[in-house]
Design a protein around this ligand. Sequence first.
Ligand code: ASP
Length: 378
Amino acid sequence: MNRVTVFRPALMLSIVAILWQSVPLPTIAQRKKTRKDIPAPQTTRKHNPNLPNVVILATGGTIAGAGTSSVGTAYTAGQLPIESLLQAVPEATKVANITGEQVAQVGSQAMNDEVWLKLAKRINELAKKSDVDGFVITHGTDTQEETALFLNLTVKTDKPVVMVGAMRSATAISADGPKNLYDAIVTAASPSSKGRGVVVCMNDNLFSARDVVKVNTTNVDAFHAPNSGPIGFVLDGKVAWYSLSLRKHTTQTEFDISNVDKLPKVDILYGYSNVDPNLVDALVNDGTKGIVIAGVGNGNLYPAVEERVKAAVKKGVVVVRSSRVMSGRTTMDAETDDKVLGTIASDEFNPQKARVLLQLALLKTTDQDTIQQMFLRY
Ligand code: ASP
């Protein structure tokens, strides 16, 4: 080979690389337009009377996300319909008869009380049907733990309810959604999953809705249960359970949302050095019914905040102390004395989960001791 034949391809490659780098990335609007063009496949599945029946309730998220680049992290969540998601896991049709409903189509950063209530009511309705054996909820991962806990406390069925998401969009290289979805369907179809409360299925692991937390912004191993670990695994299309939460859930809770169409306003206040205590008053003046403090350490409060919290409690606002620390319990009457302050300790619930429980608790009572017992029971 002479020098010219070696040189020419190298030069061509460099030119292509330079041109490639100078091509502007598509704008979000352009990406959305491309994604809408992805056609939804037709359902051709036949009912198999020998298989269990699983209903998928889809809400959007990255699992239904699409982008124009398979290698980048830029994409828009909540673009693809259920049928497209299922098309990537034809194996699932051997495990269950699958039907689906699109309950919402959002990134879970946009999740709200309205969708929570709609989901819980729909599950409660469908669970009464003898030809429904289990549920899979596809959901964005950002707020998956909040929806999971809400459902864990409000659905009234022993039938499996399995939440699933993905960290990589459906159009990404090595998308994790299809495997997660397959595992979730396997879990929902398995009679062994009954009575375990709502479960979150991510990256081969099964977590109790009570304990699961998103711990990484982008990695596929983004879900852990820092205080207790996973309660099971899905491997080779089979579910293996290892533990069972003793805390009350689903059919054992006192929360009935069948006639509820709005949840009480509960806000979270983050704790940090030198925090401005006026934030407490701002929330109170805005009509909040409950405040969760994402406190430092064992749910401790900055002194000036503590004073304002005492005043807020006297005005009837219910205040729960949780912690900004990833693991451990927020314990009663420790460095901060709940008896003196009129506050409630969140036990193992992180601030965003404590908020969910407090919203439900406030549907029933504002009594400090009664709500404290709920935080110890669920
Ligand atoms: N922002 C996305 C969502 O929560 C992230 C994800 O699903 O992983 O919908």
